[in-house]
Design a protein around this ligand. Structure first.
Ligand SMILES: Nc1ncnc2c1ncn2[C@@H]1O[C@H](COP(=O)(O)OP(=O)(O)OP(=O)(O)O)[C@@H](O)[C@H]1O
Length: 251
């Protein structure tokens, strides 16, 4: 039974001058999958993620998460659904710099009025997983990019979401920090069976996924599955990217 079902999804921006960003996209994601979304700049990746994350509305087509169409929810219900069922990781971390690392991580629990004792218990656990135990009292501007992204991942999963959505999570990181972050995404996906969907331009980051969906001009161009070997999957990804046009140029 799929956790996410996207059916014939289309998105058109604009009124007078219309731009078809997505055209009849259908995708199914099973619980526990780690799915990458790749494609040239402007192909519609972020648009797709914004529809799945309920930030924006499809023009036509449906999205079901756990058999529920979030667009059927109203106001507060939708906000609660987003806060409790989804986790988000962004390229630029989106941490609050007035708070400490630890305060950032527990923010979703604070908003849900979880007891301080429970917050602290979950914080210690998650900090260990993300290797940020030593940073909890620091301000976000006192930590490196990789540490900031690990903090953002901790915040995105501390409330045990059903679906983790990441948009270019390694985009602002050097290659070493990017690898550490991807190893942690992989570990969390495997150990907690947390279904993860990640948009990325980076073939190395993508090689950590189990499946990659390639988008071109708002439609699905190709889909590949990992056989388990990262170097082989990386090569497969490079091959599809070169078919998409321009190899790494524009990615
Ligand atoms: N709010 C908007 N209004 C009008 N057009 C938009 C809007 N948002 C995106 N677009 C257009 O839709 C297309 C798809 O954009 P999208 O951001 O989804 O692409 P992307 O694949 O994520 O690109 P990138 O890799 O550069 O981030 C682009 O041509 C973009 O200009």
């Amino acid at each position: 039974m799929e956790i996410l079902k996207v059916s014939h999804l289309s998105k058109t921006y604009g009124k007078d001058v219309m731009y078809h960003a997505l055209n009849q996209i259908s995708i199914s994601v099973e619980p526990g999958e780690f799915v990458g979304v790749m494609g040239p700049s402007g192909s519609g990746k972020t648009t797709l993620l914004n529809m799945i994350s309920t930030v924006d509305q499809p023009t036509t087509g449906d999205i079901l998460i756990h058999d529920l169409n979030p667009m059927d929810l109203k106001g507060d219900e939708l906000a609660l659904f987003r806060r409790r069922k989804l986790g988000f990781v962004f390229q630029d971390f989106n941490l609050l710099d007035t708070l400490t690392v630890g305060e950032n991580v527990v923010l979703p629990l604070t908003l849900d009025r979880i007891s301080v004792m429970e917050q602290d218990k979950r914080l210690q656990n998650i900090a260990k997983t993300l290797r940020i135990e030593h940073l909890l009292d620091k301000r976000t501007y006192e930590v490196s990019g990789g540490e900031a992204q690990r903090t953002a991942i901790a915040r995105a999963i501390i409330h045990n979401p059903s679906l983790l959505l990441a948009d270019e999570p390694t985009g602002n990181l050097d290659s070493k920090a990017a690898r550490t972050v991807m190893e942690l995404f992989e570990k969390i996906n495997k150990e907690q069976q947390l279904t993860t969907i990640m948009v990325t331009h980076d073939p190395v980051a993508a090689s950590y996924c189990g499946r990659i969906i390639f988008i071109k001009d708002g439609t699905i161009f190709n889909e590949i599955h990992s056989g388990g070997s990262k170097p082989q999957f990386y090569q497969q990804i490079i091959d599809v990217l070169s078919l998409l046009g321009g190899a790494t140029h524009g990615f």
